[in-house]
Design a protein around this ligand. Structure first.
Ligand code: GLA
Length: 421
């Protein structure tokens, strides 16, 4: 059963009626995500512990059987996009419409050309550009809308998304996540890993998602009972720098990959990724390695260990230990990967002085944006007030605090009759 954020759904339906007339036929929803542990591990074939969170993107729309045109309205930005489904180019880098077009492109590469045109309205409450992956949330909601409405022809593997066979459905979801990652890499032009799309599609309420990015093996881990609150603090600093830095970090780690790949028994066979290097081997070769690259690599390899330790801590119900691991992750980001910032450090220091704090770290790419904190659920409101106060005193800036809960992954349903009253 699809769970819809009621206000967003109502807003989307009303906007759809006003702009296009009548009722949408399909409603799709996708959460956003936080990375709990596993920072910059995904594109290095490493481990991630993440959670889908209850800030969503809703897409409502209908297929246009008599047309080959697409018309899309983004409520939050009050912008429109219109294009022919058979011939379209990427729009400007960084624009929401580039993501919209990229999803259609990527699904078509797997299922064949679109069967029809479509009209759709997008609305969301995911803070934009804050490191919570509003883009993956948009991608997943749109993809499920395109598939459920028949704009994308029914074909493997996505015809199994609602299969009663759990393995088949799971496999279809994994393939969807990979397809949307490909859309972001090849059409949008952002060299991100699998973390974002995977989490927004496969997350579950009150669960964390444990993912091995090298194999896509994954499992859900309950966050405990009562689950700690997931509190995201937005530093108010902009992430404009992040894209260039992200690609630079990838290149820096690649130097270490090259060193170890060249020393394998059969160099050149298959894809060799940084996470295949043992931490002991990195430490042993330390003096021979590039001085920047080796610290980047140590961050990634110790993150993999922290993910494993975090999953074990969760499985034995030790939220305090998971929190400590988040703090260790932040220190490693700050010192080794250098993807923190004075604002993010101040936000973590402010959180550490606040009631109920179990642990926290920067969220996603880093350099600006948000931190993610685990907080005793009953202290979440006091924590929010305190962290804001401490951050203001330390920096003179205002933080925005979101108290969140792990949410279900993306879903779609026929929109008529209305599902939620
Ligand atoms: C961004 C990317 C993810 C991941 C994180 C860092 O959020 O989109 O794929 O690499 O940074 O862990």
């Amino acid at each position: 059963m699809i769970e819809l954020p009621k206000e967003l759904e109502t807003q989307a339906r009303e906007t759809f009626a006003a702009r296009f007339g009548g009722e949408p036929e399909v409603v799709a929803v996708a959460p956003s995500r936080v990375e709990l542990l596993g920072n910059h591990t995904d594109y290095n074939g490493g481990l991630v512990l993440a959670a889908a969170i209850d800030r969503h993107t809703v897409v409502v729309g209908r297929a246009l059987t008599a047309s080959r045109d697409a018309r899309v309205h983004a409520v939050n930005l009050n912008e429109d996009d219109a294009f022919a489904v058979d011939a379209f180019e990427p729009t400007a880098k960084g624009s929401w419409s580039r993501y919209v077009r990229g999803v259609l492109w990527a699904l078509s590469t797997r299922c064949g050309p679109p069967a029809t045109g479509f009209e759709a309205v997008i609305v969301g409450d995911v803070p934009l550009g804050a490191g919570l992956s509003s883009s993956a949330s948009l991608q997943a909601a749109e993809a499920l809308f395109l598939i459920a409405s028949g704009v994308i022809p029914s074909a493997p593997p996505f015809d199994r998304l609602d299969s009663k066979n759990a393995d088949e459905a799971d496999n279809a979801r994994v393939e969807l996540a990979k397809t949307l990652q490909r859309s972001e890499n090849e059409f949008v032009g952002v060299a991100s890993g699998l973390l974002d799309q995977f989490t927004v599609i496969l997350g579950r309420r009150d669960h964390a998602l444990f993912l091995d990015c090298a194999t896509a093996a994954h499992s859900l881990v309950p966050l405990g009972s009562p689950a700690p609150a997931i509190v995201v603090c937005d530093s108010g600093t902009s992430r404009q720098l992040a894209d260039g830095m992200y690609n630079r970090r990838r290149a820096e780690s690649d130097r270490i990959v090259e060193y170890f790949a060249a020393r394998r028994p059969r160099p050149g066979a298959g894809d060799f990724l940084l996470s295949f290097v043992a931490l002991d081997d990195l430490n042993e070769a330390w003096d021979k390695l590039d001085p920047i690259g080796r610290r980047r690599a140590r961050h990634v390899l110790t993150e993999n260990e922290r993910v494993q330790a975090g999953v074990e801590a969760l499985r034995r119900g030790d939220a305090a230990e998971l929190g400590r691991l988040l703090c260790a992750s932040h220190s490693s980001s700050r010192d080794d990967f250098e993807n923190s910032s004075p604002a993010l450090d101040a936000l973590i220091e402010s959180a550490a002085k606040s009631p109920g704090f179990l642990g926290g770290k920067l969220s996603g790419a880093g350099w600006a944006g948000c931190t993610v904190n685990l907080v005793d659920a009953e202290s979440a409101d006091d924590f929010a007030a305190s962290v804001t106060e401490h951050y203001r005193t330390a920096t003179g800036n205002e933080a925005t605090v979101h108290v969140l809960r792990a949410a279900a992954g993306a879903a779609a349903a026929r929109a008529t009759p209305k599902l939620v009253e």
